[in-house]
Design a protein around this ligand. Structure first.
Ligand code: C2E
Ligand code: CA
Ligand code: CA
Length: 390
């Protein structure tokens, strides 16, 4: 009601305002002389909504994603204007938080794609279309496999495999990452336990699971994670949760507080994609972090760019001084291994060692002798396991 009143105050008497349903309002501005007027009204609305709203139990701030569609000659049917405004609103929403977007025919394809992904993911959760693959993490000095990272896979019934880079952002925007993330944690913990029961694993052997910043914003996320660990009999000490560096940089106090609570449960925290989020190394030890994962864009450019070499060397060195573990991601060549060993990096992950694989295949590898207490077969460089390379 308060928002409806505020919207009304932003308009002229002859303008029309309607609540279309849920949290959607529509404004019709007629007989305008220029587009500037529309933008003036838009800005007025954004400002009006930025003021906190008083509720019985405190205050809140509403945010609006505004989609604008216009008709120059006024000949378009109302339905198509409404549809275009709706499309533009989704585009504004996708850009995040408060803001507006003006309809552009190219938007349709993008918005339709996002909506299809969103609808598809809801069905995927119910229809068992999600699965996990696991990629081993290798100790660079001993060749031991020290853990596995769970990576989400989506097999779409018509479109085939859709990569996480495509669907995770949509899952984050739509909030679907919450149930999906819970599924990933539960499923990977169950599999981890199976692995434990079938093979003799080193005590330090761990499971890494990716957690989105959006999950950390949930007030009850710590309880939810604790419950999943209890139900799956997962030892918190064997779990590493990976969060991207941007979660720390955006200074999300609440998210960092959640990381402290998770750490208090005995879970280890890894900073993923390190080096891409512009955080400063010197602030690392003020965060509840145990592991630094150097982003694969750096690893890929090692040996070609002196600056990149220096950055990787510095990340390894400083992490060690701060008693943090360092894992290099995306190792594809033996030369990269040699560089990392020379820098003193102790742990790595990448196609050079092993691609992510389904659980069955992982078990097969283990039973074929990739027993984790056994050192990897040494090559001249001392690390490549011929079994893994296949
Ligand atoms: P990430 O956490 O950085 O995961 C590592 C990605 O690097 C994986 O891509 C993996 O397949 C790929 N990779 C591993 N070794 C190599 C290599 O040697 N070369 C190259 N070029 N790539 C390598 P993937 O599986 O496509 O996942 C992409 C991203 O999607 C992940 O990046 C992560 O941010 C996100 N993601 C995956 N699963 C989940 C999940 O369950 N939850 C959340 N929130 N995010 C996930
Ligand atoms: Ca990761
Ligand atoms: Ca990464």
């Amino acid at each position: 009601v308060q928002i409806a009143i505020r919207l009304q105050e932003c308009l002229r008497d002859e303008d029309t305002i309607a609540r279309l349903g849920g949290d959607e309002f529509t404004v019709l501005l007629q007989d305008l002389r220029s587009m500037d007027t529309v933008l003036d009204v838009t800005n007025r609305i954004v400002l009006a909504l930025a003021q906190p709203i008083q509720l019985d139990h405190g205050e809140t701030v509403a945010m609006a994603s505004i989609g604008i569609a216009y008709s120059e000659k006024g000949l378009e049917p109302a339905e198509s204007l409404l549809r275009d405004a709706d499309t533009a609103m989704y585009a504004a929403k996708a850009r995040g938080k408060s803001g507006y977007a003006i309809f552009d025919p190219a938007m349709n394809a993008e918005v339709v794609e996002r909506m299809q992904l969103e609808v598809g993911m809801r069905q995927a959760l119910e229809g068992n279309q999600f699965s996990l693959e696991y990629q081993p993490i290798v100790d660079l000095s001993s060749g031991d496999i020290t853990g596995i990272e769970a990576l989400l896979r989506w097999e779409h019934p018509e479109r085939g495999r859709i990569t996480p880079d495509k669907f995770i952002p949509v899952a984050e925007d739509s909030g679907l990452i919450i149930p999906i993330g819970a599924w990933v944690l539960r499923e990977s913990c169950l599999r981890f336990r199976e692995l434990r029961e079938q093979f003799t694993l080193d005590d330090n052997f761990h499971l890494s699971v990716n957690v989105s910043g959006r999950q950390l914003q949930r007030p009850n996320i710590v309880d939810q994670i604790r419950t999943i660990l209890e139900e799956t009999h997962m030892d918190p000490a064997s779990l590493k949760l990976e969060v991207t560096e941007s979660v720390l940089v955006r200074d999300e106090v609440a998210a960092v507080e959640k990381l402290h609570q998770l750490k208090a449960l005995g879970i280890k925290i890894a900073i993923d994609d390190f080096g891409t989020g512009y955080s400063s190394l010197s602030t690392l030890n003020s965060y509840p972090v145990d592991v630094v994962k150097i982003d694969r864009t750096f690893i890929g450019r090692m040996g070609q760019d002196e600056e990149v070499d220096a950055i990787v060397g510095a990340i390894v060195l400083l992490s060690r001084v701060m008693h943090l573990e360092v894992t290099a991601e995306g190792i594809e060549t033996r030369q990269q291994v040699q560089y990392l060993q020379a820098f003193g990096c102790t742990s790595a992950q990448g196609f050079y060692f092993c691609r992510p694989m389904p659980f069955d295949k992982l078990c097969k590898k283990f039973s074929e002798g990739m027993n984790l207490s056994v050192k990897l077969e040494a090559e001249a460089t001392g690390i490549l396991n011929p079994m893994l390379a296949a």
